[in-house]
Design a protein around this ligand. Structure first.
Ligand code: BYC
Ligand code: FE
Ligand code: FE
Length: 475
């Protein structure tokens, strides 16, 4: 087990003190990160004590230590999973050769692009969520938001380490760029679409951590297979942090559904107006938020048919999630069947499997998303209501890939532009829905209380009560 070194200015388990030029380069970047955190991180809580977990070992079992920390003093560091002895390349064209400890010259720019794209999402999400503290539904939720935020900050460190350690001057420039783009900025936005969408309410936050952090899980799983060993080991450790982010999303949505059901039961009605008047969120509105964030997150997998994806796979840079599950890890001459669309007609297509890697990963992701839906529908069913929440079709509201800009209803049926426009407010949050949701967003900081629109959590953090004071707010 490798114990993490917190004695140095930059905590790490990569023996940073034995590489002085790298250490210096990272120490040069560190104050820029801290400035970014002050300016773009959670607004209004920089001097609050927050009950946070910090990694103390990279073992997945028991790696966390808990305690009150002011966020700017969080010990962001560089932690990689331990090396596996004699690890071999296990997919693509070079199966059986030793994994690389340095970047092969031929793959430099494509690898850098993958790392920069991954790195860009991490600070983006912190920027998107920076105002949410002002409307937290409880101190428990406020603490979870901040835990997610500091860990996304650490994920940025993870990618910046790789850029600095393995990509020379280009890498250092890219690392600066990661602090210069800004979510939603007109001139210098974040790279991927979803990371420029505003997250100004907690319904969106829970949807984002359920659906978008789950894209993170699948992308990290793909990169954790990489033949570039430092990238694989970095992503393996990031995945242990990711699990909590998705859990925040899943339990958050569960609690909103629960509150909706409790309210329906109490008032003995399923009238949307009555539910809303009681300060809860109707299931129909939650469905619209699911439609929005699921469809946006599907775009993050890239085009169904992608030569970029084929190249990354062939070269052994990016595999499929859980590559070991597949019998054929080369997929050199195999084909993959998928539905395509040509001249507005749906056809069965066959493409080289390597070109379909984005779609294969997306399909695994969709399956994983369905688990939550099943759970929420069981809750609804048990409460005796005949309503189901659904994932919309993967064709619905897409902006990337073959379904981009094709009008379909949430079931995937192709419809006219007029039909789309006429129904869009039933399928996605309307201005009225957003106004209603915003009206519910009122800060609750009494440790005994939870906002009207969400059920109290079932259990606290690290065996503490749900009414523990997870954040000491300084007035
Ligand atoms: N928005 O062949 P294509 C996370 C671009 S989330 C805008 O279709 P490719 C996290 C694409 O970049 C995980 N542009 O796709 C979650 C390319 O542009 P260039 C993030 C998009 O390259 C929550 C062009 O379209 N990690 O960690 O096979 C909180 C054609 O590309 C989008 C990664 O994404 C889009 N949605 O795959 C915090 C892993 N989609 O290069 C964190 C690294 C595609 O021609 N990234 N484009 O200018 C990748 O593996 C790939 O870049 C992608 C795209 C899977 C994203
Ligand atoms: Fe992350
Ligand atoms: Fe995350």
């Amino acid at each position: 087990m490798s114990v993490l070194n917190y004695q140095e200015r930059i905590p790490n388990n990569v023996d940073l003190s034995n590489d002085l030029s790298l250490q210096r380069a990272l120490e040069h970047w560190q104050p820029k990160f801290k400035n970014w955190w002050q300016e773009m991180g959670p607004e209004g809580f920089q001097s609050a004590d927050v009950y946070l977990r910090t990694a103390i070992s990279v073992d997945s079992a028991g790696w966390a230590s808990y305690g009150k920390v002011k966020m700017p003093e969080y010990r962001w560091g560089i932690f990689l999973n331990d090396k596996v002895k004699d690890r071999k390349i296990h997919f693509g064209d070079n199966i059986g050769q030793p994994v690389w400890q340095q970047v092969p010259g031929d793959y430099r720019s494509i690898l850098r692009r993958l790392i920069v794209t991954q790195g860009d999402t991490e600070p983006a999400s912190v920027e998107q969520q920076r105002l949410l503290g002002k409307t937290c539904p409880s101190l428990f939720d406020l603490r979870n938001l901040f835990q997610v935020n500091v860990e996304e900050g650490r994920h940025l460190w993870a990618m910046v380490y790789l850029l600095h350690a393995y990509f020379g001057r280009d890498g250092r420039e890219e690392a600066e760029g990661l602090l210069e783009r800004y979510s939603g900025d007109q001139d210098n936005p974040r790279i991927l679409g979803t990371f420029n969408e505003p997250i100004t309410d907690w319904v969106s936050f829970f949807m984002f951590t359920y659906f978008t952090d789950r894209d993170g899980k699948y992308q990290l799983k793909s990169l954790a297979e990489s033949s570039f060993d430092p990238l694989a080991r970095t992503c393996q450790f990031m995945l242990t942090e990711e699990a909590h982010h998705m859990q925040v999303g899943e339990t958050g949505i569960t609690r909103m559904v629960q509150k909706s059901l409790d309210t329906m039961k109490k008032l003995n009605t399923d009238s949307i107006e009555a539910i809303r008047n009681a300060g809860a969120i109707d299931l129909q509105t939650l469905q619209k938020y699911i439609n929005f964030w699921f469809s946006s997150s599907l775009d993050l997998f890239g085009s169904e048919i992608s030569s970029n994806a084929a190249t990354s796979f062939a070269n052994g840079l990016k595999g499929r999630p859980d590559e070991a599950r597949y019998d054929d890890n080369s997929e050199k001459d195999s084909i993959f069947k998928l539905e395509g669309i040509v001249d507005n007609k749906i056809i069965d297509q066959e493409v080289p499997t390597r070109n379909a890697m984005n779609e294969i990963t997306r399909q695994a992701y969709v399956k994983d998303c369905e688990i939550g839906l099943k759970r929420w529908n069981r809750l609804i069913n048990k409460a005796g209501y005949d309503i189901t929440l659904n994932l919309p079709s993967t064709r619905f509201r897409r902006n990337i890939g073959m379904w981009a800009n094709i009008n379909t209803d949430p079931n995937g049926k192709i419809i006219s532009k007029d039909d789309m426009n006429n129904n869009i407010n039933d399928w996605l949050p309307s201005n009225g829905d957003k106004e209603f949701i915003n009206s519910l967003m009122v800060q609750v900081t009494d440790p005994d209380k939870t906002a009207s629109w969400i059920a109290s959590p079932i259990r606290g953090i690290n065996n503490l009560g749900i009414d523990y004071k997870y954040v000491d707010i300084v007035q």
